[in-house]
Design a protein around this ligand. Structure first.
Ligand code: ADP
Ligand code: MG
Length: 695
C-alpha cells in the first residue's frame, strides 16, 4: 500500500492581515479564518426584495419588502427600551421597531427624515393595537426612485456586530480576489454531472433573476448539489485519512488458535448465531494483523454482543497480554464482570473489576495487579482509562455502548499505548441501530460489523399502550406476573430538568408499589445510590430474591435478566424512541412471552403521539431508527459526540441520503488516484475543522 498519509496542514491562512483585529475576531466567530472561508460562507436563505408590497396586502407571517417615508424617530422605553421609526407607506402609517440597535442606526433614520430619503424595510407586517408595525426589520435607506433589486437577496448566518451588508461586501471581494480552481478531477465532475465549483459558489452568492427561487431556497439547485457533494467528499476523505493514519500504527498480532480460546469455543454456553459468527470472524481477522483494529460491533438490543467481545478478549489473553472492557455504568460493568467470570474464570482467566465501591486498599491492589499483568481482563467504567491505571501490556480495548462515551474518553483510551508506540486494538460496541447512509457518514473512520439477527427462541415483546387512568389494571397485571414466578421492571418517569425530582418520583413510585402490592418483594434502584447498594439491589433482582424492580433509567443500557418478562414504563410519552427501545429490550430475553406496558398521560403532544405509535408498531431496531431519524433529524439523533457531525454544514443526511454513497465512492477514488488533490480538497472544505475526525 502506498503511504497515503501525510500531515494535513490545519493552520488556517489568516485573514487578519486584511482586516482590523475586531473584524477578524467577529469573522472567526462564524468560522471564517481565510478568504476561502468567505467564499464557502453560503447563504442561510434567500429573501425576495424584488417587489414592494402594500401594507394592507401583506400576508400574515410572511416577510415582505415595504417602502416608506420616515415621519418621526423615537426612543421608547415601554414595554422595554426600543427604537421606533414611525413611517408612512403609501397612505398607511407603520411603526418599525428595533430592540437591539446601534446609535448609528438611529442617526441614519434621522438623516433620512431630514433629507427626504426613503426606507426600505424587509420583515413581517403585524397588526397591533395602534395600527401596523414591523418588529426588527432589515432596513436600507434609499433615494427616491432607486430601482429594486432584480434577483433574490442572500441572507447569511452571522453574529453580533457583523451586518449583512459588511458580510456580503467581504464575500464579493473574496470571490473576485481568489482563483476558484477545481479540487476534483474533471473526469469526476463529468461522471457525476456536477457544475463547476466557481459556477456553483457564484450562483449561490449572486443569484440571477431567472434562478429558481424554490430550488435555491430549498437547496435543491444544481449549485447546492455541487456544494453538498464537495462537502460530503471532504468529510469522507478526512475521516478515511485519519483512519488510514491510525492504521499505520503498530498493534500486537493476536493469534486465533490459542489454547484458552479454543477451550472456550468448545464449551460455549450456547451456539453462536450465524451473524455472531460472521462478526467474530471479522474481528479475529483484524486482531491477527499488526495494525490496530478500529471496529464497531453493532447489534440490536439483545443480539448478543457480549459473548463476541469475551471471545475476542481471549485472543489477548492467549497472547500473554491484557484486555480492557469499558462500560458506561457501574451496573453494566458489574454485569460484565459477572458474565466474564462465569464464562472464563473456569478456564483460569484472571479477571478484575475496577469500580467505585472499592476501598482504597482494594483499589490499590487491583491497580497493582493490572500494572503487573496479573490481571488478564480488566473491567470497569471510564475510571479504567484514568491516569492511575497502568496496564502492563494492553492488547485489546473493548468499549461497550460506545455512544455513551465522549470524544475525550475515546482519546484517553488511545493514549493507553504501551511500549514502543504499540497501540491496543479497539472494539467499539453499540446497540444504537443506525440507518446505512448515516452509518456510512458517521462511521467512515471505522470498520463496521453488524449482528443483524437475534438469538433463536426469542418471541417478540408485546407492547401495550395504557392510559394512566387505568393504572389499577396494570398493578393487577404486575401482581399476577410476580405470583407466577416472573419478574417485573417498573421504570419511573424521566424528569429532564431536575435530578432531585427524578429521584423523588422513583421514591414515590417505590412507596406506592410497596403499599399496593404488599405480597411482592420490591427493590428500588436509582442513579444516586452508592455503587455498593446499587450492586446489591441488582444482585438480588438477578437472583430472583426481588420480584419487582422500581428503577430510573439507570437500567436502560445493557441490563440482562432473562427471567424478567414484564416491563412497565411510566409516562412513556416523555421518553425518546431510542430510549424506549432500549428499555423494552430489557424483557423478552428468555423463553417466556414478555410484555411491555407503556403508561401515558393524556393529552399527548404530536411528537409524543408519533413516538408511541412507532414503538407500538415496530419492534425492529433499524426500522425504529429510521423512524426516529425522520422525527428528529440526524443531529439530534446521534448527539453531538459523533465525530462526523460538526463537519457538515450544507449536506443534510436525511434529505441528501442519495449523495452519501456517491460521495463515499468518489472519496475512495480520489484517495487512490490523486492524493495531493484529496488533501487540497479537505484543506479547502475543512481547514482547521478536520480535527474533529481525530477522535
Ligand atoms: P447485547 O447485544 O444487547 O449486549 P447481550 O450480549 O447482553 O446482548 O446478550 C443478550 C442475551 O442473549 C444474554 O443473556 C446472552 O447470554 C444471550 N445470548 C447471546 N448470544 C446467544 C446465542 N447465540 N444463543 C442464545 N442466547 C444468546
Ligand atoms: Mg450489551
Amino acid at each position: 500500500m502506498p503511504r497515503l498519509v501525510q500531515a494535513v496542514s490545519t493552520k488556517p491562512k489568516r485573514v487578519a492581515g486584511d482586516f482590523s483585529a475586531a473584524l477578524a475576531q467577529r469573522l472567526a466567530k462564524i468560522g471564517v479564518h481565510r478568504r476561502m472561508d468567505l467564499v464557502l460562507h453560503l447563504p442561510l436563505r434567500y429573501e425576495d426584495e424584488t417587489t414592494l408590497t402594500p401594507i394592507d396586502a401583506a400576508p400574515l407571517g410572511v416577510p415582505v419588502l415595504i417602502e416608506a417615508q420616515v415621519l418621526r424617530v423615537e426612543l421608547a422605553y415601554r414595554p422595554k427600551r426600543q427604537l421606533v421609526v414611525h413611517a408612512l407607506s403609501g397612505d398607511t402609517p407603520i411603526a418599525l421597531r428595533f430592540f437591539n440597535f446601534y446609535p448609528s442606526q438611529r442617526a441614519q433614520f434621522e438623516r433620512a427624515l431630514t433629507q427626504g430619503e426613503l426606507v426600505r424595510a424587509f420583515g413581517e407586517v403585524r397588526r397591533g393595537w395602534f395600527g401596523a408595525e414591523m418588529p426588527h426589520p432589515r432596513c436600507r435607506i434609499v433615494a427616491r426612485g432607486t430601482p429594486l433589486s432584480k434577483a433574490l437577496t442572500p441572507v447569511y448566518p452571522t453574529t453580533a456586530g457583523l451586518g449583512q451588508g459588511t458580510l456580503s461586501t467581504l464575500i464579493h471581494r473574496a470571490l473576485d480576489a481568489l482563483t476558484l480552481h477545481e479540487t476534483l478531477p474533471t473526469s469526476m465532475l463529468a461522471r457525476y454531472q456536477l457544475m463547476s465549483f466557481e459556477h456553483a459558489v457564484r450562483a449561490l452568492h449572486l443569484p440571477k433573476p431567472t434562478d429558481d427561487v424554490q430550488a435555491l431556497g430549498q437547496r435543491t439547485h444544481p449549485a447546492w448539489q455541487r456544494i453538498k457533494f464537495d462537502e460530503l467528499v471532504a468529510q469522507q476523505v478526512s475521516m478515511r485519512l485519519h483512519y488510514l493514519a491510525r492504521r499505520e500504527r503498530l498493534a500486537p498480532v493476536l493469534s486465533r488458535d490459542g489454547a484458552t480460546m479454543r477451550q472456550f469455543l468448545a464449551k460455549l454456553p450456547f451456539q453462536l448465531t450465524p451473524a455472531q459468527q460472521r462478526c467474530l470472524e471479522e474481528i479475529l481477522v483484524d486482531l491477527n494483523a499488526p495494525h490496530p483494529m478500529q471496529r464497531l460491533l453493532q447489534g440490536d438490543v439483545g443480539s448478543g454482543k457480549t459473548i463476541v467481545a469475551a471471545i475476542a478478549a481471549l485472543a489477548a489473553v492467549d497472547a500473554g497480554a491484557q484486555a480492557a472492557v469499558m462500560a458506561p455504568t457501574e451496573i453494566l460493568g458489574e454485569q460484565h464482570h459477572r458474565k466474564f467470570s462465569e464464562w472464563l474464570a473456569p478456564l483460569g482467566v484472571r479477571i478484575a473489576w475496577l469500580h467505585g465501591g472499592l476501598g482504597r486498599k482494594e483499589k490499590r491492589a487491583v491497580l497493582a495487579s493490572i500494572a503487573q499483568g496479573e490481571t488478564q481482563i480488566a473491567i470497569g467504567t471510564h475510571a479504567l482509562f484514568q491516569e492511575d491505571v497502568v496496564f502492563q501490556r494492553l492488547a485489546l480495548a473493548v468499549v461497550d455502548e460506545q455512544h455513551r462515551f465522549g470524544v475525550q474518553q475515546r482519546l484517553a483510551l488511545r493514549r493507553k499505548a504501551t511500549a514502543e508506540g504499540i497501540v491496543p486494538h479497539q472494539l467499539m460496541m453499540s446497540a444504537t441501530p443506525i440507518p446505512r447512509t448515516l452509518s456510512m457518514s458517521y462511521y467512515a473512520d471505522l470498520d463496521v460489523s453488524v449482528i443483524d439477527a437475534l438469538p433463536p427462541g426469542r418471541s417478540p415483546v408485546r407492547t401495550r399502550l395504557v392510559a394512566n387512568a387505568r393504572r389499577d389494571e396494570v398493578l393487577v397485571r404486575v401482581r399476577e406476573a410476580c405470583a407466577a414466578g416472573q419478574q417485573v421492571y417498573w421504570v419511573c418517569p424521566l424528569i429532564e430538568e431536575s435530578e432531585t425530582l427524578d429521584l423523588q418520583t422513583a421514591i414515590d413510585a417505590d412507596a406506592e408499589l410497596r403499599a399496593c402490592l404488599p405480597d411482592v418483594h420490591v427493590g428500588l434502584l436509582h442513579g444516586r445510590m452508592p455503587a455498593v447498594e446499587k450492586a446489591a439491589v441488582m444482585d438480588a433482582f438477578k437472583r430472583g430474591v426481588l420480584q419487582l424492580l422500581v428503577a430510573t433509567t439507570v437500567i436502560e443500557v445493557g441490563v440482562d435478566v432473562p427471567n424478567a418478562s414484564l416491563m412497565v414504563i411510566e409516562h412513556a410519552e416523555r421518553f425518546g424512541l431510542a430510549q424506549l427501545h432500549q428499555l423494552r429490550g430489557r424483557v423478552g430475553r428468555g423463553q417466556i412471552q414478555s410484555d411491555c406496558i407503556l403508561l401515558y398521560a393524556a393529552p399527548l403532544s404530536e411528537g409524543a403521539r408519533a413516538r408511541l405509535k412507532a414503538i407500538y408498531e415496530l419492534s425492529d431496531g433499524f426500522a425504529l431508527a429510521r423512524e426516529d431519524l425522520r422525527i428528529r433529524g440526524p443531529g439530534e439523533y446521534l448527539g453531538e459526540r459523533q465525530s462526523g457531525a460538526p463537519m457538515l454544514r450544507f449536506a443534510d443526511l436525511t434529505l441528501d441520503e442519495d449523495l452519501v454513497p456517491v460521495a463515499r465512492e468518489a472519496a475512495d477514488q480520489l484517495l487512490q488516484d490523486d492524493l495531493p488533490a484529496a488533501h487540497a480538497h479537505v484543506e479547502r472544505w475543512l481547514g482547521a475543522r478536520s480535527d474533529f475526525a481525530k477522535a
